[in-house]
Design a protein around this ligand. Structure first.
Ligand SMILES: Cc1cc2nc3c(=O)[nH]c(=O)nc-3n(C[C@H](O)[C@H](O)[C@H](O)COP(=O)(O)OP(=O)(O)OC[C@H]3O[C@@H](n4cnc5c(N)ncnc54)[C@H](O)[C@@H]3O)c2cc1C
Length: 459
């Protein structure tokens, strides 16, 4: 529904003329996310207070206008794409870290805070906020709450959900709600905080977040472990997870990934290397040494070609930069990718690797896999030429087979990217009709007019 002149003028009065736009060039910038799917909104608005968000939402409610919450638009499933037009509410001006409470280990933040800014701020106080999506340099905490983002450190520390103690949010009708606690525990009533985390901006627009913090680990050791094939590496991952050590990260890169990033690595890889694990352990200096030695010994026995520990933080950073460079660099292979973030039980990773290999051979396409192997979360990137209709069909078939194999192995279709638009058609593979019905009823309680991020999650 197009925005009427009077509603647009009202929005200008609410936030000021500079902070609402319907210029085509501006709308284009807010029409897409990291999927590349695109749909023009009717307007984009940039509130800087919760009160403004509430007034904007009330106006949208009265005028049956779709509202799409948006952080940085780095989402991988189309969550922030305004598929039915309407009003994009961008949180970029609500970017204040309101409080870091060093005595109670909490941070209170606005949704538009960039995740890496939060990391830097809390670490300067000797504290630690573990969730670290590879996009941390650009994505917002609000977007992380929307998707329940994970990242490499989720193996040991868990995902965003585990760190959100409480929220303030604006409902589609414009009412402001406060959920959860600012304390270490709290079980009064139903857990609305957990319901909103991961709800992909479909239940409420989050305006303030109370996050749990931890003490910053004293030491971190980063290991790079090479294998001559992916199966040995995958088997080693399940073995490592059974050791009496919980690494904070177990990332893996397959042969195609290694080929793409080898120039980014400061050290040379053995010629036969076809898989790389990046492992990190943290804790006090003594514990880190014991854990690193245990993992090194295990990997050597498990057939590793080479195990190296980063000599200094600079070398560890280079290793992580190579890993983080992967997502954009994939376009060297083909001009289109379908990125899926399946998860299987850790013991089934070797089976999943075999299935991915079969799907690759059948489709004739390149599938590049990397990801957070320590928690079974594999990012599969199916690469194809978007101008080639037969390749596009093969890619779609490959996705179907990938999800079928994932579910057959006891996994889930998404570990951290959400359903959004791109996985909507596959939701029924995992969630039954009764459960979906309950979810839709919950959506109707929060949003009876279906104005908040419509057309997402459920087809
Ligand atoms: C190179 C790259 C690497 C990535 N690596 C990871 C990774 O390791 N782990 C991971 O989990 N993800 C990863 N992602 C995906 C993405 O960065 C995350 O999903 C992130 O949480 C999105 O944040 P954003 O600010 O960009 O949100 P957006 O894309 O703008 O929005 C995401 C969703 O959250 C909703 N939303 C945004 N703000 C609010 C709010 N204030 N209230 C309610 N809903 C809101 C939106 O409506 C949308 O549904 C990666 C993406 C890229 C491009």
């Amino acid at each position: 529904m197009a925005i009427s002149e009077s509603v647009f003028r009202h929005m200008e009065k609410l936030v000021g003329r500079n902070f609402v736009t319907r210029n085509k060039e501006d709308l284009l910038c807010y029409s897409y996310d990291a999927t590349g799917q695109s749909c023009l909104p009717d307007a984009v608005i940039f509130p800087d207070t919760e009160a403004q968000v509430a007034q904007i939402m009330k106006l949208a409610w009265e005028n049956h206008l779709p509202v799409i919450p948006r952080g940085s638009g780095s989402g991988m499933t189309g969550g922030a794409v305004p598929i039915q037009g309407g009003l994009v509410v961008a949180t970029s001006r609500m970017n204040k870290i309101l409080d870091i409470d060093q005595e109670n280990f909490t941070a209170t933040v606005e949704p538009g805070v960039i995740v890496s800014h939060l990391h830097t701020a809390v670490e300067a106080c000797g504290l630690f906020y573990p969730p670290d999506p590879a996009s941390a340099a650009v994505c917002t905490i609000g977007g992380n709450v929307g998707e329940c983002a994970g990242g490499p450190r989720a193996v040991k520390y868990g995902v965003t959900r585990e760190y959100v103690l409480g929220l303030r949010a604006v409902l589609p009708c414009g009412d402001i709600i406060r959920t959860g606690v600012s304390t270490a525990k709290g079980v009064a009533g139903y857990d609305l905080t957990r319901l909103i985390v991961g709800s992909e901006g479909t239940l409420a627009l989050v305006t303030r977040i109370v996050l749990k913090l931890l003490p910053k680990p004293e030491c971190v050791a980063t290991l790079a472990v090479c294998f001559d094939d992916m199966y040995t590496a995958a088997r080693a991952v399940s073995g490592i997870m059974r050791l009496a050590v919980i690494p904070r990260c177990v990332e893996y890169l397959d042969a195609a990934s290694l080929e793409l990033v080898k120039d980014h690595l400061r050290f040379g890889l053995p010629r036969q290397a076809r898989a790389l694990l990046i492992l990190e352990v943290d804790g006090d200096a003594g514990a880190v040494k014991v854990q690193a030695d245990l993992i090194t010994g295990f990997c050597k026995k498990a057939g590793a070609l080479d195990v190296r520990m980063a000599k200094d933080p600079g070398e560890a950073t280079t290793l992580w930069e190579a890993r983080k460079a992967l997502s954009p660099i994939l376009y060297k292979i083909a001009n289109q990718k379908i990125n899926e973030d399946i998860v299987v039980p850790i013991s089934r990773i070797p089976d999943m690797v075999a299935r991915i290999e079969q799907i690759q051979q059948k489709s004739g396409l390149t599938i590049v896999s990397f990801g957070h192997a320590g928690d079974g979360n594999i990012h599969c990137n199916i690469m194809y030429d978007k101008q080639n209709a037969s390749q596009a069909t093969q890619a779609k078939k490959a996705v179907d087979q990938l999800f079928e194999a994932t579910i057959a192995l006891g996994g889930t279709i998404t570990g951290e990217h959400g359903v959004g638009l791109t996985k909507m058609a596959y939701l029924s593979l995992e969630i039954g009709p009764v459960e979906q019905d309950i979810m839709k009823k919950i959506k109707a309680v929060f949003d009876p007019r279906q104005i908040l991020n419509p057309g997402k999650i459920f087809s």
